[in-house]
Design a protein around this ligand. Structure first.
Ligand SMILES: CN1c2c(nc(N)[nH]c2=O)NC[C@@H]1CNc1ccc(C(=O)N[C@@H](CCC(=O)N[C@@H](CCC(=O)N[C@@H](CCC(=O)O)C(=O)O)C(=O)O)C(=O)O)cc1
Ligand SMILES: N[C@@H](CCS)C(=O)O
Ligand SMILES: [Zn+2]
Length: 784
């Protein structure tokens, strides 16, 4: 083998945001999709972004040589990149790949987005983050053939820039464990069955990278830390050992950095150290070192000849690192005789670019924050300490302590009145009267069987976003913006009446985002101007910063919901984002348990529900799409999480009187494994994503004896495709065969904000007809 003899320098990061400081990649890719720019122009923009990233990392102090600069660019998604690198194009896309003149990029985007003849690859959550990847589809016949072109091009581009970069790839075990068996797979087939073949292709990719001059390659294996995969952790470790022994023995390859981000690898770390990888990374923010392994020398023995990248800089949040504590941890490794490298806990793709871009954030708050660039600087400081001794970085260590002390003492971080209120919360605050009593009380709402409704948002048109942007820039005043929103609400109400929906919504036009909007109206939060983080593909969000004790200075949604209700005789649902989702999609303070923060948010929402009800709103939906996302990957920590998260939802909704119907909405994830928790939310009605899985989720609910209202989605809102009446009716029938009809609601999978009006109106019209068709046929069969 030709593994580099140059060790990793003593600081590195696992990856850097790739969307561009001003979301340049989004604009470039979307413009290419529209046909406004050519592939060559798109590729040129991508190359510029990569070049700027490398230059920035070198400027921030990551050494150019030694492969410290990760090459973690992606046009859309890193798992999709691996699919292309492996040539694992699902058969159903073979015609796209064979199309004359089709480029790799055409195939890539066809897999990501689908087209008129192809459903896109499914998208799902990447571990416990708010990032979504394109799920590979593998079966016995899926072709595998190394396609190193994109990786090699980037290595060459970096070398031309004078930078030795380290290509970053999802590792073979994680790739296959995150894949699903394609619809064509035989019964019992599992993608991981093809590990040996896939490892052989990785070996070819590594050989191509070595030939291109890459000294290092990074292979990410977060599967190692997860209990939410098809294999047990012991099985995953055995698979990783098998794969890396094979890769390690490859004739021509770069040195390998094997990473285990997003959780605790303490149970497996010593075994990883013994593998033929030249460096192994451990997430030491979420995880620990194996107990006693420094004192007894076992870790040092396992890591003899292997560098340990200590992930002490948190890549999941935006708080400045406690440098003194972090330094003590890496120094301890060094003292134990381990070749320690300072690293991040994970790829920095989950944090925004640079705090310096934020001109409107309060200066004091800003001094507490570290986005990607600041995290790099912090890793570099710690590395300098390792190289030159603690005294060399004493100024930085002392400054870090001052930041932490300032944060702890700042006004708003701890507010006595808020703390007194959460301290007084008792079990009764989390309980409503029995479900049966509520059902009786809610009869007055006059809700029909198979009631039709939507999940809340209507299309966020360019016009709405432009009006908001104009308001933010001060080009139109509050009165003009509010007037615009009222017109929008009225239009949406009339539209729903015309379509014939039973329970209406106001459409959420006032919301830039379902979390950020609430953060903007709650004390204890700050929002950013440019703090974009990729959510999937070209879509991003600006997670809010929850820095202090949370309270609600004034009603938030009441004006909009009450206005919508004033326009119609039908019931309008109030629409709130739940406490768990608000935390999941924000950067949350790390100085107290999430449970305590969640209770504060819950009480603010509880007050909002009170005000909505006082204003005449009779149904309130509290969305918790992220309930499953925050479920710890570590099985040992799941029960405690479910306890506080369900408790927070119940605290938010527990003050609603029996005749008020509480809905919740869940999407983006498999909820099967947390059905008890969904039941525990004690919502009267739950809408849940189900169309793409053809109502699979309803089966466990039926088996579970779920007795509440349930609205399994019958319209997949992820694509512009218009589902026919018959198609939706069929899904309603499937649901009705598993759950009693009186419990069933008819709704789309999720909100319609990313859809256009044309397909929305057509699809909802079909949805209402489908519900009618099934109602009528049920009446006919029952002879009523
Ligand atoms: C439901 N999901 C959400 C998640 N996390 C959230 N925090 N919020 C969510 O809704 N996680 C799981 C899923 C992920 N799904 C999505 C779906 C769609 C998007 C998306 O479309 N994002 C938009 C940005 C949305 C936004 O914040 N808009 C703002 C700012 C708009 C903007 O860019 N303005 C322009 C000017 C406008 C113009 O002139 O046209 C500008 O500032 O330059 C708003 O509406 O005000 C995206 O474009 O990526 C994300 C996650
Ligand atoms: N009420 C929100 C839920 C999204 S998960 C919407 O309709 O967009
Ligand atoms: Zn949803």
């Amino acid at each position: 083998m030709t593994a580099a003899t140059t060790p990793l320098p003593n600081a590195t990061i696992l990856g850097y945001p790739r969307i561009g400081r001003r979301r340049e990649l989004k604009r470039a890719v979307e413009s290419y999709w529209k046909g406004a720019t050519s592939e060559a122009e798109l590729r040129a923009t991508a190359a510029e972004l990569r070049t700027a990233t490398r230059a920035r990392l070198v400027e921030l102090g990551l050494p150019a040589l030694g492969g410290a600069v990760p090459e973690s660019f992606s046009f859309y998604d890193q798992v999709l990149d691996a699919t292309l690198a492996l040539g694992a194009i699902p058969h159903r896309f073979a015609d796209v790949a064979a199309r004359e003149g089709a480029s790799d990029l055409d195939v890539y985007f066809a897999l990501a987005r689908g087209d008129e003849n192809h459903q896109p690859l499914e998208m799902t959550k990447w571990f416990d983050t708010n990032y979504h990847y394109s799920v590979p589809e593998i079966d016995e016949r899926t072709p595998f053939a190394a396609n190193a072109a994109a990786l090699v091009e980037q290595v060459a581009e970096a070398r031309a820039q004078g930078v030795d970069s380290r290509p970053v790839l999802v590792g073979p075990v994680t790739y296959l464990l995150l894949a699903k068996a394609s619809d064509e797979a035989g019964g019992g087939f599992k993608p991981i069955d093809r590990l040996d073949e896939v490892v052989a292709v990785y070996a070819e990719l590594l050989s191509a990278l070595a030939a291109a001059g890459a000294a290092w390659v990074q292979l990410d294996e977060p599967a190692l830390i997860s209990d939410s995969l098809p294999t047990t952790r012991d099985e995953t470790l055995a698979l990783v050992e098998r794969a890396y022994r094979e890769l390690g023995s490859a004739a021509e390859r770069p040195a390998i950095l094997l990473t285990a981000p997003y959780g605790d690898s303490s149970r497996v770390l010593a075994r990883l150290g013994a593998l033929p990888a030249e460096a192994v990374q451990a997430d030491l923010v979420r995880g620990a070192l194996p107990e006693g392994s420094l004192a007894d020398g076992s870790l040092a023995r396992a890591f003899e000849g292997t560098q340990l990248v200590a992930g002490v800089v948190d890549g999941r949040n935006i708080w400045r690192t406690d440098l003194r504590t972090a330094f003590a941890r890496v120094e301890e490794l060094q003292r134990a005789g381990i070749a320690a490298v300072v690293g991040t806990s994970n790829n920095l793709q989950h944090v925004p670019h640079d705090v310096a871009d934020e001109s409107k954030l309060d200066a004091r708050l800003k001094s507490w924050l570290a986005f990607a660039d600041q995290k790099v600087e912090q890793a570099v400081v710690l590395a300098r300490g390792l190289a030159e001794g603690a005294a060399a970085i004493e100024d930085e260590l002392a400054a870090s302590e001052r930041v932490l002390a300032d944060r702890a003492a700042a006004p708003g971080v701890r507010v006595d009145a808020i703390r007194a209120r959460t301290a007084a919360v008792g079990g009764a605050d989390r309980s409503r009267v029995s479900e049966g009593e509520r059902r009786e009380a809610q009869r007055s709402l006059g809700i029909p069987q198979l009631a039709t409704t939507t999940i809340g948002s209507f299309p966020q048109t360019g016009e709405i976003r432009r009006a908001r942007a104009a308001f933010t820039r001060g080009e139109i005043d509050r009165q003009a913006y509010d007037g615009f929103l009222r017109e929008e609400i009225e239009r949406v109400i009339r539209l729903q009446e015309e379509i014939g929906l039973d329970i209406l919504v106001h459409g959420e036009a006032e919301r830039n985002d379902m979390v950020q909007y609430f953060a903007e109206h709650l004390d204890g939060f700050a929002v950013t101007e440019h703090g974009w983080v990729q959510s999937y593909g070209t879509r991003a969000t600006r997670p809010s910063i929850l820095w202090g004790d949370v309270s609600r200075p004034a009603p938030i949604t009441v004006e909009w919901s009450a206005y919508a209700q004033s326009l119609t005789d039908r019931i309008v649902k109030g629409m709130l984002t739940g406490p768990v989702t608000i935390l999941a999609w924000s950067f949350v303070r790390d100085d107290q348990p999430l449970a305590d923060t969640a209770a504060q948010v819950a009480l603010a929402l509880r007050d909002e529900i009170d005000d909505l009800v006082d204003a005449g709103i009779r149904i309130v939906q509290v969305d918790e799409p992220a309930l499953r996302e925050l479920l710890p990957l570590d099985a040992d920590r799941q029960a405690a999480y479910l306890d506080w998260s369900v408790g927070a939802f119940r605290l938010a909704t527990g003050g609603a009187s029996p005749e008020v119907q509480i809905h919740t909405h869940l999407c983006y994830s498999e909820f099967g494994e947390i059905i008890d928790a969904v039941d525990g939310l004690d919502a009267d009605v739950t809408s849940i994503e189900a169309a793409r899985s053809r109502m699979d989720v309803v089966e466990p609910l039926g088996e579970h004896g779920y007795s509440r209202g349930i609205g399994p989605g019958v319209y997949d809102i992820h694509s512009p495709r218009v589902p026919s009446v018959e198609e939706q009716a069929e899904l309603i029938r499937i649901a009705a065969s598993r759950i009693p009809g009186e419990q069933l609601w008819v709704n789309p999978d999720c909100g319609l904000k990313t859809r256009g009006y044309e397909e929305t109106v057509a699809s909802l019209t079909n949805l209402v007809r489908a519900a009618r068709t099934v109602r009528e046929s049920a009446l006919a069969t029952s002879g009523r």
